[in-house]
Write a protein that binds this ligand. Structure first.
Ligand SMILES: [Zn+2]
Length: 455
């Protein structure tokens, strides 16, 4: 049977190099695969997952109503709090897992409370590993690479999926885990002695490792064999990318995913947005207020459906991230659609004096000011009836240069956000220490204490 025929029959989700045929397939073929995958998913969920069946029945929806992508809008959008409610009513796992032969739980990091468990069948796990392999392959990982994973191995999924994806490509994986398990000095000694060529970690930790390497008297560009860094679980901003590439002498790539979805997207070598593994996932970009589709290319909340997943699939699940579809073909040759960088989370969006503000706006400003360091923190206070915004950033400068950069930062923040923001410059390392950079999984950038300390 030809590869094409296997795809037509729904032969599922191959790893590279076979996946190239899907990744470059004509749009109408991809859409056919999605229509078929969606119909199967809806029937599976109806038969096996009370969480979805109850919701759909309550709205008078039957699987026959869903014949393809065009009918997706008939299904209700599911939010994180719907899953949290399911967990409360049906402890300990909720009623969204389904009665499938699950072999593994991974869970959300629980940044807003209890971790949310997601079951995986063996097949689910293998498909996600294939998607992870596509991601690493697109970013240049190959047989012979020594790939060190400096992400947490825990209920957090991506340390494991990076490991398995890399193994499928024939790379040699060094699973040192996060800095909390393998201290940074030891991570660096291993990377140096064992000839690590690819580092997989959060941008902030990979930058922190560069700081530690310098303190150890190592030359990050000469004393290591590193050629790629691969990032996830925390947005790779352009300034962070440039800093990582420059300091380590590597190509740095970003990815976007979550435990609910597996490995849905990746940057290709063009670094111009995240390609979606569209045989496995349907993404929608919707208006966060009414869940109607936004106009082409406009920002909205990302809503995802995982077509392949047996246990705990997500069906029209709001990721609560703000992004957009990128228009036009990618020079890499893939025909899969691309998502723009995430601009922020719906929950991180704070209204300050009536203006929508995302902490990532601060990063856009820091990009233009190389005198300042990369970590930052935003504090919101209410003084009387007025909102006060303070941005903390680290700075190496002293004296007049320091005063001048503070002024520039405040001016640039105002120009970018439309808000008057006070800058507070801290000594190098001070902010990293207070944010516990070695231990955290996701960077928290904002503390909204309005209402906590009204004065
Ligand atoms: Zn591309």
């Amino acid at each position: 049977m030809s590869d094409r025929a296997r795809l037509e029959l729904g032969e599922p989700y191959p790893p590279p190099p076979l996946s190239w045929e899907i990744e470059t397939a004509p749009r109408e073929q991809l859409e056919k695969i999605q229509d078929l995958g969606l119909k199967r998913l809806i029937q599976r969920a109806w038969d096996h997952i009370p969480f979805y069946r109850e919701r759909w029945e309550a709205q008078g929806i039957h699987p026959n109503d869903i014949q393809g992508r065009g009918d997706l809008g008939k299904l209700p959008v599911v939010c994180k709090r719907d899953l949290e409610e399911s967990l409360l009513r049906h402890p300990p796992f909720g009623n969204y897992q389904g009665d499938f032969p699950a072999v593994r739980i991974q869970a959300s990091s629980g940044s807003t409370g209890q971790p949310k468990p997601f079951f995986h069948t063996l097949r689910d796990w293998q498909v996600i590993a294939n998607f992870s392999a596509r991601r690493l392959h697109a970013q240049g990982v190959q047989r012979g690479d020594v790939l060190q994973v400096v992400l947490a191995y825990s209920l957090f999924i991506v340390g494991f999926t990076s490991t398995e994806g890399a193994m499928k490509l024939g790379a040699l994986v060094v699973p040192t885990g996060s800095g909390a398990v393998t201290p940074s000095e030891r991570q660096l000694k291993i990377a140096h002695d064992w000839g690590t060529t690819v580092l997989v970690g959060t941008p902030s930790y990979v930058l922190h490792l560069a700081d530690v390497a310098e303190r150890m008297g190592l030359d990050t560009r000469k004393d290591f064999r590193l050629r790629l860094t691969i990032h996830t679980s925390e947005p790779l901003t352009e300034p962070a990318r440039r800093a990582i590439e420059e300091r380590w002498g590597v190509q740095a790539y970003d990815n976007f995913g979550s435990v609910e979805t597996g490995a849905p997207t990746f940057e290709c070598r063009e670094k111009n947005g995240y390609h979606i593994n569209e045989d496995g996932y349907i993404f929608e970009v919707l208006d966060p207020e009414n869940y109607e589709p936004v106009a082409a290319g406009q920002d909205g909340v990302l809503v995802v459906t995982s077509l392949f997943k047996e246990a705990a699939p997500v069906i029209r699940y709001s990721l609560e991230d703000i992004s957009a579809f990128l228009e036009g073909p990618c020079p890499c040759g893939r025909s899969t659609r691309r998502l723009a960088k995430v601009k922020g989370r719906v929950s991180e969006m704070v209204k300050i004096r009536g203006v929508a503000f995302y902490p990532t706006m601060v990063e856009t400003v820091l990009e233009r000011l190389p005198e300042l360091m990369r970590e930052y923190f935003v504090i919101l206070d209410r003084i009387g009836q007025q909102d006060k915004v303070t941005v903390q950033v680290e700075c190496r400068l002293d004296g007049a240069a320091r005063a001048s950069i503070k002024e520039t930062l405040e001016r640039e923040l105002k120009a970018t956000t439309g808000l008057s923001i006070a800058a507070e410059l801290l000594a190098p390392g001070e902010l990293a220490r207070s944010l516990k950079i070695e231990e955290r999984i996701k960077a928290k950038r904002i503390w909204d204490r309005r209402g906590e300390n009204d004065v």
